[in-house]
Design a protein around this ligand. Structure first.
Ligand SMILES: *Cc1c(COP(=O)(O)O)cnc(C)c1O
Length: 361
């Protein structure tokens, strides 16, 4: 880096590295089972007649359709450039650079820490317990030291959902001191554990949602923040004037009409069937131990030969995600549920890997 760039860049950025997203780590490959994307791609028509105009900040149809879908009022819904922008907005709006802290519960989704770090916000951690439930006592010990508590449920990458009693205990504990943010990116795979019904009674609760997973629109970059109207109003002070591009708004509105939701539900059912098949097959492999649960569209497993297996799959264009650097996830790999063909291809490659291992012993 040139001296000038080093001198000008914000001091707290010096030690940071760009986020190793699934797409930055690998660009080639034919089977992308590393980013929990949907294997389905749905068709949408676009009307270009308004492309000469700036889009609405909060497109009415998108907000209307999403609030109908979750059963909330429009004032409780904010649409953002992916749930990731929701995370960042919360950090920018409710934390003060160089002063505030957020609380995270690893192993979990990486963007909470990244958003905090890039804004010079401190990170406190209360790791999940051995069964991946919340360490309530530890969480409670941060009562007056954090502004945001991030909880992911179903959790990426463990696939476990947090029990509602635990969530309520945390929400209530922080009611006068912090916002509790529940990331429900995978909630369509575990509907009965959804928390949107708690919003009415709990003004410090924030829920993050996305169209990137069950709705099969990761390329669209569209997510939602659900919260009390006063929180949404405050976030609107910080959000960009035109966060949602017009084509994005058109597609999101269609994905969220009754036909779009029906398609999503069918595709989720299909992925549930695929997940059960994949899980059953993996359980039969002696060297593979399933870890966590299957409440989302991926499976996490531990395997002693993690690196060799990963290298073998990646060299054949079959991309999966290494989670072994995360707290308590030594030797763990995560695979997203793909199409039936992809899953069968994956299983065949894993089987042949273990056959070769045995023959070289
Ligand atoms: C994929 C994912 C997101 C990101 O959603 P986008 O809407 O694509 O930004 C957020 N949280 C979790 C837990 C995820 O796995």
């Amino acid at each position: 880096m040139s001296d000038l760039i080093q001198k000008l860049a914000s001091k707290h950025l010096a030690t940071l590295k760009p986020y190793e997203s699934a797409r930055r780590l690998f660009s080639g490959g034919q089977d992308w089972l590393n980013a929990n994307e949907s294997p389905f791609s749905n068709d949408y028509d676009i009307d270009s007649s308004r492309f000469n105009r700036y889009p609405a900040c909060q497109p009415e149809q998108v907000i209307g359709n999403y609030s109908d879908y979750v059963g909330l009022n429009a004032e409780q819904v904010l649409v953002t450039r992916g749930a990731d922008e929701g995370i960042e907005l919360l950090v920018r709006t409710f934390c003060t650079s160089g002063e505030s802290n957020v609380l995270i519960c690893p192993p979990t989704y990486g963007m909470y820490a990244i958003s905090a770090e890039t804004h010079n916000i401190g990170i406190k951690t209360a790791p999940l317990l051995e069964d991946f439930s919340l360490d309530i006592e530890k969480i409670k010990s941060f009562k007056d030291s954090v502004n945001l508590v991030f909880i992911c449920s179903p959790n990426n990458p463990t696939g476990t959902s947090i029990d509602q009693h635990q969530l309520l205990e945390v929400i209530t504990w922080f009611k006068d001191s912090a916002l509790v943010v529940i990331d429900e990116a995978y909630i369509e795979f575990d509907l009965k554990n959804g928390c949107s019904g708690l919003l009415e009674k709990h003004q410090n609760l924030v829920i993050l949602r996305t169209l990137s997973k069950a709705f099969a629109l990761a390329g669209l970059r569209c997510g939602f923040t659900l919260a009390d109207a006063s929180i949404i109003q405050t976030l609107l002070k910080v959000i960009a004037p035109y966060p949602i591009a017009e084509p994005v708004a058109q597609i999101a509105a269609k994905a969220l009409n009754s036909k779009g939701i029906e398609t999503m539900n069918k595709q989720v059912q299909c992925l549930e069937t695929e997940k059960a098949l994949l899980k059953k097959a993996l359980m039969q492999i002696p060297d593979i131990e399933l870890v966590g649960n299957d409440k989302a569209n991926f499976i996490l497993f531990r395997c002693k030969q993690k690196q060799a297996l990963m290298d073998c799959l990646v060299s054949q264009g079959m991309l999966i995600r290494d989670q072994s650097k995360q707290q308590s996830l030594k030797n763990c790999l995560r695979i997203s549920i793909g199409s039936n063909e992809q899953n069968q291809r994956l299983l065949a490659k894993i089987a042949s890997f273990f056959e070769k291992q045995e023959s070289t012993l």
